[in-house]
Design a protein around this ligand. Structure first.
Ligand SMILES: *[C@@H]1O[C@H](CO)[C@@H](O)[C@H](O)[C@H]1NC(C)=O
Ligand SMILES: *[C@@H]1O[C@H](CO)[C@@H](O)[C@H](O)[C@H]1NC(C)=O
Length: 309
């Protein structure tokens, strides 16, 4: 009997693994941009306007149709952004998510607007230290993936993050191009360098305030950075080996913008992979149905095995 339970467990695990495999196959369509080639190695000084379709997971999160923050498409129902964008006003009413659009003033035929059903702010988010600056938005209606709207890849864990050769990292957003300047109407992009946490935590830099949940990116000399209005948007890195982009960080904070030794600080996405899956799963009816299906399959398998034995 013990053996049977063991076999049964293996079977159930097998079914669950197959299910996970099914999800992974879905995820294999992530991080790719059908309309734009792999990035070149050249550094974009000061940033530039992004080509159409270059960052198909980037969304504009709007309040009353005014751009307030950036975000990234995780799957057709969920967008990830920064907690500080929603902390003062955690109501999803009056929020819209705009995907598939590079120019914010004139809606093109590829734009997809969605209202927001639910906001999940990380329960350990600190408004003082910006630790755990992450939030999920559940869309009222699924996005349709097109050449202009695609999900970004996420790391399974930190091991995977370290294993992939993340050579080219980019920041993107409609944020201001100068401190206290207006937000932009065209999506902009710039290549940045990842900065070691030890460096970023030095005296004269952020002096010990960068937690393991954060990543610094930019340049020691400043000049290229995210700024107001970019918050919540992606810091994405290209894996040559996988030929796709991964979400390394979420734009969180900085000391003004583009100042020397004050690079942009990003929420380290790989620290929240489990959190994202848990939160997105707990309110996804499709997955509940999936789970029930697994249970029914398991019960039927048991009955079948008992009959055979
Ligand atoms: C990290 O993820 C990879 C890929 O899914 C997996 O093979 C590995 O066992 C994981 N490592 C840890 C420490 O969880
Ligand atoms: C990662 O990059 C290093 C240095 O650029 C290179 O030597 C190594 O072969 C790369 N590894 C993979 C798996 O691409």
């Amino acid at each position: 009997m013990e053996c049977k339970i063991f076999i049964l467990n293996l079977l159930v695990l097998g079914i669950i693994t197959l299910n996970h495999y099914g999800c992974a196959a879905e995820v294999s369509g992530c991080g790719q941009r059908p309309l734009v080639d792999a990035p070149g190695g050249s550094r974009i000084v000061g940033g530039q306007i992004a080509p159409e379709g270059a960052w198909p997971w980037q969304v504009s999160i709007q309040r009353g149709f005014f751009h307030t923050c950036g975000g990234s498409v995780l799957d057709s129902h969920w967008v990830v952004s920064a907690a500080h964008c929603f902390y003062d006003d955690p109501s999803p009413l009056n929020l819209q998510v705009l995907a598939g659009q590079q120019f914010l003033l004139n809606m093109g035929q590829h734009a997809q607007y969605r209202s927001v059903k639910k906001i999940v702010i990380h329960s350990d988010y600190s408004d003082l230290t910006f630790d755990n600056d992450i939030a999920l938005l559940q869309l009222s209606k699924p996005l349709q993936f097109t050449n202009y709207v695609q999900p970004v890849c996420t790391f399974a864990n930190q091991t995977e993050e370290e294993k992939l050769n993340l050579s080219m990292c980019f920041i993107t957003g409609w944020g201001a191009t100068a401190y206290e300047g207006p937000t932009e109407v065209n999506l902009r992009e710039a290549e940045v360098q990842l900065i070691l946490r030890e460096t970023c935590n030095q005296l004269g830099w952020y002096y010990g305030t960068i937690t393991p949940n954060m990543v610094c990116a930019g340049y020691e000399e400043g000049g290229i950075d995210t700024c107001q209005g970019d918050s919540g948007g992606p810091l994405q890195c290209y894996s040559e080996e996988q030929d796709r982009f991964y979400l390394l960080g979420l734009t969180s904070f900085g000391s003004e913008c583009a100042r020397p030794k004050k690079p942009g600080v990003y929420t380290r996405a790989s620290m929240y992979t489990d959190w994202m899956h848990r939160k997105a799963k707990s309110s996804s009816p499709a997955l509940v149905v999936h789970a029930i299906f697994i249970h029914i399959t398991a019960v039927l398998t048991t009955l079948w095995m008992l009959t055979v034995a």
